[in-house]
Design a protein around this ligand. Structure first.
Ligand code: NMX
Ligand code: MLT
Length: 440
């Protein structure tokens, strides 16, 4: 079987030719228009970015290189071997996102070994991580840890050595795999420093990327390994416009290297409207339980509805609900719900999450503002982690950050291989928009 690099080496000239042809045939065709509302409103729905690794449909949800989540679960190799025997591995989704092809189990195993070989952290990065205050948010520590590893960038070195632009992809490939490999030990170190007095644990490289990561965290159960695989696969990519992927793409478009680019993505992910929402969801549920436990009242449809209205009336959002693109329940929510039914049907918090799912779309519809009253991925992820005793929810977004690198950096690889330009859309002032519209 071909290695990942061999597969990409064959694909690059074909993709370059395909893009050249697309521009030649259709370069001046119109993909859409931009209204004043869209210009002021965060560019919602504006089609202005090329993103090869995945595409999001408002009703159906995400397709990774054309495959839905259930299709990926059916087709991609698992840790044990053949597709379907457990959850697919992050190595498999990385292969799929980079190449568009379903890898064999052997190809995945080769990639696992390659990632382990690339995972060492420079001493100054571990020293920096160990010196950070334990009170610093785990996402800030995570981002600083990756930033410190930027000294290892092959792309930055190749660029300063004057590499020809047709060869950018080679050092980008090295950096993309190095960053993904290093994120697991950085994330584990942040966890052990913050919650276990800096007592570090060794991984187990006889396992896969996920299980090795779990051992470094201090988690050692087949159930949690499977959850981690599911988690790292489904959070990997969500087309290009989401804030973390977009930030990575934007920073990368300046030819800043993949380390710097993904630090940009992580800092976008750290916001409560984006990745931090999974932490917020667990916090919201804990506050809800604490309130009604103290009042001696049951958590049920009635009390959840009451708490939801308190949140909305206080001018806050309901974390884990709504979406900038989706208009239905997120399939990433649905597959986590299925995982819960399979592995933890009687879990108390899962039942709370399920009751929230029953009432919240009605509450948000009555509230009347939210374009999408249904749950997103963050609504369910925390309760699964909590079930296995992984309860430090301020840390949850770091796991999202380990995963999102797989998609965002796969695209950065193609950005460099296809020679995509600096991203620099046009901005306008209020005065300009007003004058322009009045002259229409
Ligand atoms: N609770 C309360 N209000 C909401 C919610 C919600 N869950 N979702 C949207 N709204 C409000 C929104 O704040 C806005 O109000 P205003 O006009 O006062 O500014 C109004 O409804 C219209 O917003 P939408 O067009 O529905 O949503 P938008 O595309 O602007 O934002 C989110 C999308 C995801 C930022 C928004 O739905 C939200 O804040 N959700 C809660 C946070 C969350 O779960 N984020 C995670 C998203 C997934 N991820 O992993 O990144
Ligand atoms: C994501 O996974 O990035 C979120 O669902 C947000 C988005 O797609 O805008």
């Amino acid at each position: 079987d071909a290695t990942l690099k061999e597969t990409l080496t064959v694909q690059i000239p074909q993709k370059q030719e395909e893009l050249k042809q697309l521009k030649a045939d259709h370069g001046s065709k119109v993909l859409g228009e931009v209204t004043v509302d869209q210009c002021i409103g965060g560019g919602r729905g504006v089609r202005c970015m090329l993103w090869e690794t995945s595409l999001l449909d408002a009703a159906e949800g995400i397709r990774f290189r054309g495959y839905t989540i259930p299709e990926c679960q059916e087709l991609l190799p698992t840790f044990k071997g053949p597709a379907g025997d457990g959850e697919p591995t992050p190595e498999a989704i990385l292969w799929l996102l980079l190449t568009g092809e379903i890898p064999t189990k052997e190809q995945c195993d080769g990639l696992t070994a390659e990632l382990f070989e690339r995972s060492a952290l420079p001493a100054h990065a571990t020293q920096l991580l160990d010196s950070l205050p334990k009170t610093m948010h785990p996402m800030t520590q995570f981002s600083l840890g990756l930033q410190a590893c930027q000294t290892e960038s092959n792309f930055a070195k190749a660029y300063s050595d004057g590499v020809h632009k047709t060869k950018y992809w080679e050092s980008t490939y090295e950096d993309v795999l190095d960053v993904i490999a290093k994120l697991a030990p950085i994330a584990a170190r942040v966890y052990r420093n913050t919650y276990f007095n800096g007592e570090q644990l060794k991984g187990d490289t006889s396992l896969d990327y996920s299980a090795n990561f779990c051992r470094m965290l201090g988690m050692d159960s087949p159930g949690f390994d499977e959850l981690m695989r599911l988690y790292l696969v489904i959070h990997s990519d969500h087309e290009g416009g989401n804030a973390s992927a977009h930030a990575t793409h934007l920073v990368g478009s300046t030819l800043s290297d993949p380390y710097n680019a993904y630090v940009g993505g992580l800092n976008a992910l750290a916001g409560p409207l984006h990745g931090l929402a999974n932490q917020e969801v667990l916090g919201w549920i804990q506050d809800l339980k604490a309130k009604f436990d103290a009042e001696g009242r049951e958590v049920n449809e009635k009390t959840i509805t009451e708490f939801a209205w308190e949140t909305l009336n206080a001018g806050k959002v309901i974390p884990g609900f709504g979406h900038a693109v989706l208009r239905k329940t997120d399939p990433r929510y649905t597959c986590q719900r299925e995982f819960a039914f399979k592995h933890l049907p009687d879990d108390e918090l899962f039942k709370v999450v399920d009751t929230i799912y029953k009432v919240m779309p009605g509450v948000l519809t009555e509230h009347g503002k939210t374009a999408n009253p249904y749950p997103n991925v963050d609504s369910h992820s925390g309760v699964l982690l909590w079930h296995y005793g992984f309860t430090q929810y301020e840390y949850y977004t770091v796991l999202f950050g380990v995963s999102r690198a797989i998609g965002a950096l796969s695209q950065v690889f193609w950005d460099r291989a296809l020679g995509l330009p600096l991203e620099r859309p046009k901005s306008l002032t209020t005065g300009f928009i007003k004058d322009f519209c009045e002259k229409q």
